[in-house]
Design a protein around this ligand. Structure first.
Ligand code: ZN
Length: 477
């Protein structure tokens, strides 16, 4: 940009007799109304073409919801602040279900329509100009689409055994309760005002700024100051017992135990100890809060909601280590595409091995060899790709083969480079996004050599890696 202008000025000076040079015109954005065009209906991740939207960058969500477990009805009033990345004649938000009653852009009424299952299409009275910040307020209501017992990887709003509710899902969850640019590539700050009947308690991510009860309703506000990928936001409404504390450095801890989650209190009590351990491995804890939401429901899996993971009733200590490791891997550093999910799950899963090695004196090489022996000849186990595994297959290999791949990488590049990799990468991409190939490049840089053969065999291959990559370093012989 700067160079273009310098060149224009030089050219004007030199050839002013030949070229009509009007001050700065080549750099000015086009301002004629006809130039504005619709924002794309997807952010550009080939894994989920409709996810997220193009033409703007959301910077902050102010979500306000009232939910009554008795009627199952949600009333929402959400303002999305965003910066336009093009002149926008119209743009999309992702929202699943609900009846939208009004949309305003910068305080003025806007037209809107619903398209497919996910798109809320907003046409402001005047186009939004590239580079400008604009606020879209959406009022909506209805019973959230019920996703109870949906499969791993596409979830949403669910009812809990106590009659409460919670929302949980990856890659999709936020659009089940507020309008959103639903893709981790567009991270934004998040603020929630939640109103529930006073016999219920709402819990979310972020700092709880206030909680007041009046006229039979309790209103609480939650503020997440760090940019957060939308699937890492949540709300849970239950008859929670809320326990508050602080980490040694003053970080506020809030743990919420639903009835039926009492078995998880011992694990919940160890969050500080686990974060201490993980800081030793991955560097300073990158989140503003800690704690957990311990559900009484058996969801079958837990989710690393930001600064306060949400746990299924059947979670154990390893699960807590895993979800807290995600606060570095997945949360402060988020995937660019769902093809990069190994950046989250391979690393969070390997943290369980690091914990076992440190706290239980586990011999990881022996554990690795046992696993290799067990899966020798398994076409299914080795057939799962760890990078670019294809939409719908993100969660197949990363928890199992992913651990072995990272242990092999550690032996391939050595203790010093591997340790630096685990600390440098989250710091370098803090509050941002990264791809799996960027992680590989960082590993190569620290190793001081190309690792193509090794990385292709482990992360792109669909067969057991050859012995040179299966038994590197101390695993050899
Ligand atoms: Zn995970």
């Amino acid at each position: 940009m700067v160079h273009d202008r310098v060149r224009t000025l030089l050219l004007c000076g030199l050839v002013s007799t030949l070229v009509a040079c009007t001050g700065g015109e080549p750099d000015e954005p086009r301002t004629e109304p006809g130039a504005a065009s619709p924002g794309a209906s997807g952010i550009g991740d080939p894994y989920y073409p409709d996810d997220g939207n193009g033409g703007y960058d959301a910077t902050g969500y102010e979500v306000s919801v009232r939910y009554d477990p008795g009627t199952g009805r949600l009333d929402g009033d959400t303002t999305v602040t965003a910066r336009a990345t093009q002149d926008l004649s119209r743009f999309n938000l992702d929202l699943r279900g609900f009846t939208v009653s009004s949309v305003e852009v910068d305080g003025g009424p806007a037209e809107f329509t619903r398209e497919s299952d996910t798109e809320l299409v907003v046409t402001p009275a005047d186009p939004v100009r590239e580079g400008s910040t604009f606020a879209t307020r959406v009022r909506y209501s209805g019973a959230p689409l019920d996703a109870t017992s949906a499969q791993l990887g596409d979830n949403g709003w669910q009812r809990s055994p106590s009659g409460g509710a919670f929302v949980l899902g990856e890659p999709h969850s936020a659009a089940y309760w507020y309008p959103v640019n639903e893709h981790p590539r567009d991270k934004a700050t998040f603020r929630l005002t939640a109103r529930v009947p006073s016999e219920w308690t709402a819990v979310s991510i972020g700092r709880r700024e206030s909680s007041r009860t009046a006229d039979g309703w309790t209103t609480s506000t939650w503020v997440e100051p760090n940019p957060v990928a939308s699937y890492l936001t949540t709300i849970a409404i239950d008859r929670f017992d809320v326990v508050r504390g602080t980490l040694a450095d003053g970080t506020p801890v809030l743990s919420a135990y639903a009835p039926g989650a009492n078995d998880l209190r011992d694990e919940g009590d160890r969050v500080g100890e686990i974060i201490d351990f993980l800081e030793g491995e991955f560097g300073e804890y990158p989140q503003a809060t800690a704690g957990g939401i311990y559900l009484g429901a058996d969801v079958g899996f837990s989710l690393e909601t930001q600064g306060r993971p949400t746990y299924t009733r059947t979670a154990d200590l390893e699960t807590v280590v895993h979800e807290l490791a995600h606060q570095w891997w997945g949360n402060t550093v988020s995937v660019r595409s769902w093809a990069d999910i190994c950046l989250n799950e391979c690393l969070a899963s390997y943290s369980q091995w690091l914990w076992a090695e440190d706290k239980e004196g586990d011999d990881l090489d022996a554990r690795y060899r046992r696993a290799i022996d067990r899966f020798a000849g398994s076409a299914q186990f080795w057939g799962r790709k760890l990078y670019d595994m294809g939409p719908g297959h993100e969660f197949e290999g990363v928890y199992s083969k992913g651990i072995l791949a990272l242990h092999a990488l550690r032996r391939e590049i050595g203790e010093d480079a591997f340790g630096r990799l685990l600390r440098e990468f989250p710091a370098q991409h803090r509050n941002g996004n990264a791809s799996w190939p960027q992680f590989e490049n960082h590993a190569e840089k620290l190793a001081g050599r190309q690792l193509d053969g090794f990385l292709d065999a482990w992360f792109r291959g669909t067969e057991q890696p050859p012995d040179e990559y299966l038994y590197p370093g101390s695993l050899r012989g």
